[in-house]
Design a protein around this ligand. Structure first.
Ligand SMILES: Cc1ncc(COP(=O)(O)O)c(C=O)c1O
Length: 347
């Protein structure tokens, strides 16, 4: 066991590596320092954990979760995988791609405002040959989930063996991918260093895995979630449920009382709608570091990080890691928001 693999909870044996996992991502993803951005926003040291570079089908942190889900799917001998989400869901795109990677069918229930062109993730869903059922003007999780369950029932009646992956793929099993990610980050940092780690939070699976992984591998890290949809109270409830599930799978005591679930929900106006601050954060990151964020997840989370530094809620002298969870295809579905920036002669 390397030093960074050693769990910091006395008496706890990490059973993570015994849990079946397939390989989809190129790991470890780079941890890169971004000094110009750090200086501009007032941090001494800022790193980006480049999960946008997980390398599979457009990348993103969700690939880490799918490595555990697809081990289960293959063991169950499912022949079709269903999931649901917003029209620009990264999880849906990656689930469709992973299904194809293993020769399975993919079915997606997507909801939201009617769209005029198949762009961003939707275009990739089409390329991966996923069948789509669209719920116009409806992004209620319960409605999407019922439509998906009804579709799975139809498939079963026709002799198929469907697997349902919930919205965002946020289950205890999938979150193990982010527990493992914290072991990866621990191996890339100076051991026992104080750290602040910031990431976007949607359906809470990534946040849950990162929080539990911090407890096990990076106990001096403070984890800060920036909501892209839910209230902080709803985040805390769901995150602790997922952590509890993860602990059950790893056969370790949950000890939820020592986990501080710190999240901020004021940087999202509405899920799926870009904010001005988020757009400014995207432009800053692109101009200063040549790195691309997206308007729905990472741009809003970066805007939150910047504001928390300005309001001194983050300690500017403590090294900070921003988890770049991916989402690049989403950027291409927001062309009207960014076209005004074009500095282009004769166009
Ligand atoms: C790019 C990106 N970042 C962050 C998140 C949020 O992750 P989670 O749903 O695990 O909270 C998502 C969820 O879809 C995502 O696609």
């Amino acid at each position: 066991m390397d030093d960074h693999d050693r769990p910091h909870c006395p008496g706890i044996l990490i059973n993570l590596d015994k849990i079946p996992r397939v390989s989809l991502a190129s790991l470890p993803t780079p941890l890169v320092e971004v000094p110009r951005l750090a200086k501009e926003i007032g941090l001494t040291t800022l790193f980006l954990k480049r999960d946008d570079l997980t390398g599979f089908a457009g990348g993103g942190t969700k690939v880490r979760k799918l490595e555990y889900d697809f081990a289960e799917i293959l063991a169950n001998k499912n022949d079709v995988v269903l999931t649901a989400g917003g029209v620009q869901s990264n999880h849906a795109r990656l689930t469709a791609a992973a299904a194809r990677r293993f020769g399975l069918d993919a079915k997606l229930v997507l909801g939201g405002p009617p769209f005029t062109s198949f762009d961003g993730n939707l275009l990739l869903d089409v390329l991966f040959g996923a069948s789509i059922r669209f719920l116009p003007n409806d992004d209620e999780n319960d409605h999407l989930t019922s439509a998906m369950t009804a579709w799975a029932d139809e498939l079963k009646m026709n002799g198929a063996k469907p697997y349902i992956s919930p919205i965002g793929g946020s289950t205890g099993l999938g979150a193990l991918g982010c527990v493992a990610e914290m072991r990866e980050i621990a191996g890339q940092m100076i051991p026992h260093q104080r750290l602040q780690i910031v990431l976007p939070v949607g359906s809470c699976g990534s946040f849950a895995g990162i929080l539990l992984g911090a407890k096990l591998f990076l106990p001096n890290a403070r984890i800060i979630g920036i909501s892209v949809s839910r209230t902080s109270a709803a985040i805390e409830k769901r995150t602790l449920e997922i952590i509890n599930e993860c602990c059950g799978l790893m056969d370790i005591p949950p000890a939820l009382d020592d986990i501080a679930v710190e999240s901020y929900d004021q940087y999202v106006l509405e899920y799926g709608i870009p904010t001005e601050e988020g757009q400014r954060a995207i432009i800053r990151c692109a101009h200063l570091e040549g790195i691309l964020l997206d308007p729905i997840y990472t741009g809003k989370a970066m805007a939150g990080l910047i504001d928390l530094v300005h309001r001194k809620k983050l300690d500017s002298s403590v090294p900070t890691v921003f988890i770049h969870t991916g989402g690049l295809p989403v950027l291409f579905s927001f062309e009207p928001e960014f076209r005004k920036l074009a500095d282009c002669k004769n166009c």
